[in-house]
Design a protein around this ligand. Structure first.
Ligand SMILES: NC(=O)c1ccc[n+]([C@@H]2O[C@H](COP(=O)([O-])OP(=O)(O)OC[C@H]3O[C@@H](n4cnc5c(N)ncnc54)[C@H](OP(=O)(O)O)[C@@H]3O)[C@@H](O)[C@H]2O)c1
Length: 267
């Protein structure tokens, strides 16, 4: 992922979040950055930090609510007016609502699907149409997308859908200068509630958790090699593969027992 000239950028969604920041700082070494998240103030502050570290690159940003068609269209219009093209895309934005399906409002069902899936697909479609001759796309899925997860069901389903979609896209783009990778991390201590969740999972949480910097580095290294899936960390690879030896219904009962105790919203 290397930008190719003054108007070529690496596009990063969810740039102000814990993992998005790590991607932004890692990608700053590779060239110009185009950052998006919802808050203009947080984007401006991140831009200042990045400019201090990388004074010689261009850093542009535009606030966007990825769940809103109007907000996405405003972002796309702005990019087209500026004439930017893209050598990289890091799809990091996502939200994690955790509760029994019956306890969702319809508004929250739409929000969870739109930010994790619809927004990511629309941004990817746009960036593909405005790409440099070479483009690397790295999308943040989750280890939660590897198995169906009762009580985390919509999040898990949207992350599984990302792995499915980008695996197909990778093949559609084969031989056309586009590399496509989905990263499926376990716990990343990016917010206080996630730090508490990881702690609550005991030894497994500790073994599985990886820093945002580690996950970003692994994701970028994987897409450079055009790996389809990247699961950062030895124990996370084990969590994804070894339980497949056990029937799915047993695995899901185990997951349900652990996850029915947790409830979390996102906005
Ligand atoms: N942390 C973990 O344990 C973990 C594990 C596996 C996968 N992941 C995935 O990693 C990604 C980043 O998570 P994180 O831990 O860094 O969480 P985070 O700190 O909450 O960051 C989430 C980012 O997504 C953006 N976002 C949320 N809703 C949005 C919307 N409607 N429109 C535009 N942007 C929106 C947020 O933007 P604002 O800054 O505007 O709020 C924020 O920048 C997510 O896709 C998550 O599912 C996280």
């Amino acid at each position: 992922m290397k930008t190719a000239g003054e108007n070529s950028f690496i596009f990063i969604t969810g740039a102000c979040g814990g993992l998005g920041r790590a991607f932004a700082f890692a990608c700053g070494e590779k060239g110009n950055l185009f950052l998006t998240a919802r808050s203009a103030e947080r984007l401006a502050s991140l831009k200042r930090e990045l400019s201090q570290k990388y004074p010689s690159i261009r850093i542009e940003s535009f606030p966007c609510d990825l769940t809103s068609t109007d907000s996405r269209e405003a972002l796309f219009r702005h990019v087209e007016e500026c004439g930017y093209t893209f050598a990289g895309l890091c799809n990091v934005a996502g939200a994690d609502i955790q509760k029994a399906f019956e306890r969702y409002s319809r508004e929250k069902i739409a929000f969870q699907c739109r930010v994790n899936l619809e927004g990511t697909l629309c941004v990817t479609h746009f960036v593909l149409a405005h790409r440099d001759p070479a483009l690397e796309i790295v999308t943040v899925g989750s280890l939660s997308g590897v198995y169906p997860m009762p009580y985390f069901a919509i999040y898990s389903a949207t992350k599984a859908a990302l792995a499915s979609f980008f695996s197909s896209l990778r093949l559609e783009m084969k031989g056309r200068g586009v590399k496509v990778t989905v990263v499926q991390p376990g716990g990343i201590p990016t917010r206080p509630d996630i730090v508490a969740d990881i702690k609550g999972q005991g030894l497994w949480g500790k073994l599985s958790a990886k820093s945002p910097q580690y996950v970003a580095r692994k994701g970028l290294a994987a897409v450079a090699k055009n790996k389809r899936i990247c699961i950062p960390g030895f124990w996370n690879k084990a969590i994804a593969r070894v339980p497949k030896l056990v029937p799915l219904s047993w695995r899901m009962h185990f997951i349900a027992r652990r996850w029915r105790k947790l409830e979390k919203d996102a906005f």
